[in-house]
Design a protein around this ligand. Structure first.
Ligand code: CA
Length: 705
């Protein structure tokens, strides 16, 4: 295998002056109280578009368009944008949340599911809630200890926590009203997604598809926290009664003893709702293990993996489904953001659902019944030739399922588009997608043995070891781009090329602009119609968050969370870091026309490279390299380079850390910092081998090898 091919696995694992006085004056106005969030009720949620000044639900409205009708900041004056305020979350992990704003109060989440209520005009903290997620749980989260935000309803704020709780907080005080455990906490379930509230029920799913769980989405009574319904995505043990007729039907598409390995299909991010049709749309995840040959030997579509499923929000009853990737074997989730819109197609207005899932095709479905209207590749796709319009199924390429040897495919497990939300501007008719030119190297894992709930080690049935042991270089970063896509013509309108994948979510407005945070640490505004660069702010820290805009006291603001992290940051090593000598400082950044705040220079983190003596035999380092790739690489980065500046770069540890490997790696002495003990999985000799490898890496880095 050539180096180039091996390195493809890097991707496995991105006014004008008239208003200025008012902005300055309003900053000093009275602090708002969070009581006013009571205005968010069913009517307000249904008519979120009419509530122009606020951002009351995750995707701004139930249709999840991420389009704001505000236009005080427009393509002409956006160049006068400046920093109004910043709020430090005191974290160095990934920040993925979309903040919500109601009547001048911002509610958002940070790493470890911590919730913040801030004065949306000044960034002053009103309250903070830390659910005290056990830090050692971080190793059971595939993709960093992130959280994508809260839901608000009738004076309560709802957050799903990494350890599987759904918690209702008093919006005025941040005090717990109720807390419900939504998962079996002995399994590797995690919650990173934002809840939605529909007719008094809080909808929440979970993640864990890399570790061997059975995915589901549930609804809880917003007042009491009592479970109302649960929809399992994949069938359980067929010797027991199926939970629904839909699952009985699904079981016919599975083979072998899938239920013993969980099956996957986690609902870890996207949800959308159409109040007129009364349909809740759920995006479902990949199969677990990834490799279908192991999960469902001899085939089968494996419903309802990698699908869009329409449910009744009152009962969780199945209505229809459309499977984007039948028999998923590539980690091609359909959990990516879904947008509901009414499009004029061939002279007829159709109620559509749009999704650009990991598999690289842009889907336009009839959302009344799940019928495929169109599907075209929005990036280079090599795993399938296209989508058959009659059957709605992808036409797979012969080598796609890596049954003999390995296959290098586009896209890869990081997806042509990951969780970072896209946006839809009805004025331009374009969808703005944070697209990725991701590649995947797929090789069946001949040594695979299903062991659930192991920290760090994924149950994929795809061999990572060979690829994960390689050392990525900055030139190996796969490129990404902001893609403006015409969903009617199913073709590209314009694009802005980026040097890296793993850029943030997008926001678009009636002011004819699109805002995008980038992996290389910039916040950039482009004209929505043409993609011309209008404004840029250079932060110097990779951004994956999704911007919002809102208005308080007549002043329009733009806000975004900035903190590098997530799956690509952890696995990508150096290749994923904008600047490895800069500390990853988590922040909420808010801009307004005429904003004049400045940020202090980012603190430096100086890596240690003083020589460490090793008495280990040379073979130990080679053995350690294999063990590291198997056990440590998905968090601490390819080639032990470091988890994207998010988790420690082990070769750069202080000298004393090298004397503590037994205590840290086996006994779990750093568990409170997110590093669990591996005593149940590794022995002292193996830990010594890993240590020898890390020392070898340190020596090589110090000597420029
Ligand atoms: Ca996955």
């Amino acid at each position: 295998m050539t180096r180039k091919i091996k390195l493809t696995l890097v991707v496995l694992l991105t006014f004008c002056t008239i208003l200025m006085p008012s902005y300055q004056a309003q900053k000093k106005a009275q602090t708002p109280t969070a009581k006013t969030s009571k205005v968010v009720d069913d009517t307000a949620l249904k008519q979120a578009d009419a509530r122009t000044s606020d951002w009351i639900t995750h995707g701004r409205n139930y249709a999840e368009t991420r389009f704001s009708p505000l236009d005080k900041i427009n393509a002409t004056n956006i160049k006068q944008l400046g920093l109004a305020w910043s709020f430090d979350t005191n974290t160095n992990r990934g920040l993925e949340a979309t903040p919500l704003v109601v009547n001048g109060v911002m509610y958002t989440t940070g790493s470890w599911s911590v919730v913040f209520a801030l004065d949306a005009r000044t960034g002053q903290q009103l309250w903070k809630f830390d659910p005290q997620v056990p830090r050692a749980l971080g190793a059971k989260a595939c993709c960093d200890v992130v959280n994508r935000g809260v839901a608000i309803y009738k004076g309560k704020v709802f957050v799903g926590t990494l350890d599987g709780r759904l918690i209702a907080l008093d919006a005025a005080t941040g005090k717990v009203v109720w807390s419900t455990v939504t998962v079996d906490q002995n399994q590797a379930y995690t919650i990173t997604g934002a809840p939605r509230v529909i007719k008094g029920k809080v909808i929440i799913g979970n993640g864990g598809g890399e570790f061997g769980v059975r995915g589901y989405v549930s609804a809880y009574d917003a007042e009491t926290g009592k479970q109302a319904w649960r929809f399992y995505v994949v069938p359980g043990d067929p010797s027991k009664p199926f939970e629904s007729k839909a699952l009985e039907n699904a079981a016919a598409t599975w083979k072998g003893e899938w239920w013993k390995m969980g099956g996957g299909g986690t609902v870890w991010d996207s949800l959308a709702y159409d109040p007129d049709l009364d349909l809740l749309y759920v995006g479902t995840g990949n199969g677990s293990p990834w490799n279908r040959e192991i999960r469902s030997p001899n085939g089968g579509d494996n419903l309802y993996l990698s699908s869009i499923v329409a449910l009744r929000p009152d009962t969780g009853d199945y209505v229809w489904h459309y499977q984007t990737t039948p028999g998923d074997t590539w980690d091609f989730t359909a959990t990516q953001h879904m947008i509901l819109a009414d499009l004029n197609l061939n002279g007829r207005v159709r109620k559509v659902l749009m999704q650009a899932p990991k598999n690289g095709f842009f889907y336009v479905l009839d959302r009344t019944n799940g019928e495929l209207i169109s599907a075209e590749p929005f990036v280079t796709v090599t795993w399938a030739k296209g989508v058959d319009k009659e059957t709605g199924r992808p036409i797979e390429m012969p080598n796609a399922r890596f049954k003999t040897g390995y296959s290098v495919l586009k896209p890869g497990p990081l997806g042509a588009h990951n969780w970072q939300p896209m946006s839809y501007n009805p004025k331009t008719g374009l969808v703005y997608i944070p697209a990725q030119d991701a590649i995947g190297l797929y090789l069946a894992d001949g040594r695979f043995k299903y062991v659930p709930n192991r920290p760090g080690l994924w149950n994929t049935g795809v061999d990572f070891v060979l690829a994960l042991k390689d050392v990525p270089r900055p030139e190996d970063i796969p490129p990404g781009h902001l893609l403006a896509w015409d969903p009617v013509k199913q073709k590209e309108a314009w694009r802005v090329q980026y040097k890296s994948i793993w850029n943030g979510g997008t926001l678009t407005t009636a002011g004819n602009w699109v805002l995008h945070g980038t992996a290389d640490g910039r916040i950039v505004a482009y004209s929505a119609d043409k993609g011309e660069k209008l404004w840029e702010y250079n932060l110097g820290i990779g951004i994956i968050g999704s911007p919002i805009t809102y208005e308080v006291d007549g002043v329009q603001y733009i806000s975004i969370m900035a903190g590098w992290g997530g799956a690509y940051a952890l696995t990508g090593g150096y290749a994923a870091i904008p600047d490895m000598n800069v500390k990853n400082v988590g922040r909420v950044l808010t801009f307004a026309l005429g904003g004049k705040q400045t940020l202090a220079a980012l603190p430096k983190q100086i890596p240690s490279l003083t020589p460490i003596e090793s008495k280990a035999a040379p073979e130990a380092a080679a053995e350690g390299q294999m063990l590291f790739a198997q056990w440590c690489g998905v968090c601490h980065g390819l080639g032990a380079i470091g988890g994207g500046g998010v988790l420690p770069g082990l070769p750069f540890s202080k000298p004393e850390v090298f004397q503590m490997y037994k205590e840290i790696v086996l006994d779990g002495s750093y568990a409170s910092r997110g590093m669990p003990g591996f005593k149940a999985y590794l022995n002292q000799e193996e830990v010594e081998a890993i240590r020898a490898y890390i020392i070898q890496r340190r020596t090589n880095i110090a000597t420029g090898k």
